[in-house]
Design a protein around this ligand. Structure first.
Ligand SMILES: Nc1ncnc2c1ncn2[C@@H]1O[C@H](COP(=O)(O)OP(=O)(O)OP(=O)(O)O)[C@@H](O)[C@H]1O
Ligand SMILES: [Mg+2]
Length: 668
């Protein structure tokens, strides 16, 4: 017995076959308008001939099996696409609809699937749809956003578009930006109002320099307020300690004694510098002409002397920065720096807190006469023609051109020695040797060994070092002056008239000068310091030189070890200044001074200033400060503003309030 179901099935199959036959006839009959064409035309032809319209699924399935249809379908072309860079999750979602209509009956009437994938993480979301109406798709998309968070962009077949930021997020962002703006304005106001130049209390700083001269060694200790170290004129002399005995070069035969001689002054320094600052207190030792001469005579001995002084200073708890021999040019230049620093010629720091270049830049020249060498340094009114005597220091942003020269063997002691040797030579066999610069009644006896013990004088080929020679004073100032001129060459100069003496190039002197050390000692003793007219100076010297030794001893203490030489050194000074450097027309520009601003004029201060970078090459910065409370408030508000900026960034990038992101429509 055949069942009703089987009958229905047989009828269905027969109808299906009939329809298939019919479709074949239509499609493969070239005269039929539905043949060999697209789906729409084919469907219309079937409807006309069978009076029934076949569903898309049936037609598509049948056409898909026909080679004639599939072979002529347009080929899918590869087309260029934009490269998408996705840097973090939810930067871009790709969305599409899958057509599941054919399976709708088995899927509770759900005909489509909305598929969404996060481009960065590849996490996929799927929602089923009954239809693809705008409302249905939007509902499904909202549901995906609730699960996966809102992306920045969504890519669909309809294009790429941004997701609207949720209201909550908008309000949060606006609030943070407003607060941030207020905080920034408060910080700015705090910074601009109530600021003033600060001058905070600062502890003193210390620095020391040993001036190891040819005749003696002195320790100069300086101090300055630490917060003002780049100002001019703030470094002042704190103490000077004279080392007992002669200069360190005199210890050539016993170098350890040179080191030991410094102990007394190092102990004074220990007492002067607070214990907690000793380690940071720089100490330098600079040796001058005496050691220059020893180095020429016996380099081993000069090295040994420097070694021994180094050893002793290193034994003290200071920041020792070395012992060395200065060149003559350095000695001259550092003297020049000292003077102009103390005079505040380079730059001035006003009460208003500004750095100003003093009007007209009145730069001082330096005239130094030690025991073994003499230096001149100044800024000439014309370019320095000899590069060997030119220096170009850049100080506080201004470049200077300095002429400087050091005459070795023309310090007071060595010049006096040269005079003795010259007089001895001129006297031939006359004994005692007449000395026109010594006072009548004064006699000096010394051995030839002592007289010739210097590279500054020419020794006879043979002589007995032990034999003695006596010089007897004659109080003849005119002869004295003439004999002194004989120890200098005042004529030979290739670049005449731009000359100093001994053929040395020197541009004409210009500006005011400080003359210190021997210049000062001698002129001060004669009552000619700090200034005197040229005629007053010559008269005073002449009168003094004519005096007898007895009258001098009565007036001054016989113990004044310099008494015998004042006449000679005064005449020597006049010769150097007038015949050598040619101050004839500008005598009044020379100031014979020992100190400026309570500080000794010496190369030592310039040396320390330079080595401790207390004179910057560029103009110092003016510091602006605020009170501590105000500063703290500024820091707080600025930090708060930074924090808020980070919050804005975090909200933009990371915060996706679920359920609050909305989309109005989406085209897939
Ligand atoms: N109070 C004084 N009165 C007179 N002359 C002095 C006085 N003190 C030092 N002298 C002399 O003045 C000269 C210069 O002394 P200064 O201390 O400047 O020389 P120095 O530094 O030892 O030598 P150099 O710089 O050439 O190495 C020396 O001959 C010294 O004997
Ligand atoms: Mg000196």
């Amino acid at each position: 017995m055949i069942s009703l179901f089987e009958i229905i099935m047989l009828l269905y199959i027969r109808e299906a076959r009939r329809m298939a036959e019919k479709m074949k006839n239509i499609y493969y009959t070239p005269s039929n308008p539905g043949s060999y064409g697209g789906k729409e035309r084919f469907q219309r032809a079937i409807a006309e001939e069978t009076v029934s319209r076949l569903g898309d699924v049936q037609v598509n399935e049948w056409l898909a099996e026909q080679d004639a249809y599939t072979l002529h379908k347009p080929v899918r072309k590869q087309f260029s696409r934009n490269i998408v860079f996705s840097t973090h999750p939810r930067s871009q979602f790709q969305a599409d609809l899958c057509d599941m209509q054919a399976l709708a009956d088995e899927n509770d009437g759900n005909r489509y699937m909305l598929t969404v994938i996060d481009v960065f993480s590849k996490i996929a979301f799927v929602r089923v749809l009954k239809n693809k109406s705008g409302a249905e798709v939007t509902r499904a998309f909202d549901s995906i956003l609730k699960e996966g968070g809102a992306p920045k962009k969504v890519q669909t077949d309809g294009g790429v578009f941004g997701i609207k930021i949720s209201m909550v997020k908008q309000v949060a962002l606006a609030a943070v930006v407003v607060v941030m703006g207020c905080v920034g304005i408060i910080a700015l106001i705090l910074t601009l109002v109530q600021h003033h130049l600060v001058d905070l209390p600062h502890r003193m700083q210390y620095g020391m320099v040993f001036d190891a001269g040819s005749t003696h060694t002195s320790l100069y200790m300086y101090r300055w307020p630490g917060n003002k170290e780049n100002n001019t004129g703030v470094v002042s002399q704190m103490l000077v300690c004279d080392v007992d005995g002669d200069g360190i070069s005199s210890y050539a035969q016993d170098p350890p004694a040179a080191g030991l001689s410094l102990r007394k002054c190092l102990e004074s320094a220990l007492a002067a510098v607070p214990a907690n600052q000793r380690r940071e207190t720089p100490v330098y030792l600079g040796a001058t002409a005496g050691m220059r001469l020893l180095q020429l005579q016996n380099p081993t001995q000069s090295d040994q002397v420097l070694e021994q002084v180094t050893k002793v200073i290193q034994g003290y708890p200071f920041d020792f920065r070395g012992a060395r021999i200065l060149s003559g040019m350095e000695e001259g230049a550092y003297g020049w720096i000292t003077i102009n620093y103390l005079q505040e010629s380079f730059i001035k720091h006003t009460f208003e807190g500004e750095w100003v270049s003093p009007k007209g830049r009145k730069i001082w020249g330096a005239l130094d006469m030690g025991g073994s060498s003499t230096q001149i340094a100044f800024t000439p009114g014309q370019p320095v023609q000899d590069p060997a005597s030119a220096l170009g220091p850049k100080l506080y942003g201004y470049q200077y051109e300095v002429y400087t020269h050091s005459y070795l063997c023309y310090g007071k002691e060595q010049a006096m020695r040269q005079l003795l040797v010259h007089l001895l030579k001129m006297s031939r066999s006359t004994r005692p040797v007449k000395h026109p610069c010594y006072h009548l009644g004064y006699n000096l006896t010394l051995t030839l060994g002592d007289l010739y013990d210097s590279p500054c004088v020419a020794r006879p080929v043979t002589f007995d070092p032990a034999s003695e020679v006596t010089f007897t004073g004659t109080s003849e100032p005119l002869r004295c002056l003439n004999q002194i001129k004989n120890i200098m060459n005042l004529t030979a100069c290739s670049l005449a008239p731009a000359c100093g003496f001994n053929g040395v190039y020197q541009p004409p002197v210009s500006g005011n000068f400080f003359a210190f050390s021997t210049y000062y000692y001698t002129f001060d003793f004669l009552g000619l310091a700090p200034q005197s007219s040229l005629s007053q100076a010559t008269t005073t010297i002449d009168t003094f030189c004519k005096r007898t030794w007895d009258s001098l001893k009565t007036e001054y203490s016989e113990k004044d070890k310099y008494l015998r030489d004042y006449c000679a050194s005064a005449n020597y000074i006049m010769t150097v200044l007038l015949d050598g450097y040619k101050f004839n027309q500008t005598w009044g520009n020379i100031y014979f001074q020992r100190q400026v601003a309570d500080t000794d004029i010496s190369w030592t201060l310039g040396y320390m200033l330079n080595l401790t970078n207390l004179i910057p090459s560029e103009r110092p910065l003016v510091m602006t400060g605020v009170q501590h409370g105000q500063w703290a408030a500024e820091v707080f508000f600025i930090a708060f503003a930074v924090f808020l900026s980070l919050m804005v960034l975090a909200i933009l990038l990371l915060w996706n309030p679920r359920g609050n992101t909305t989309i109005d429509a989406i085209t897939l």
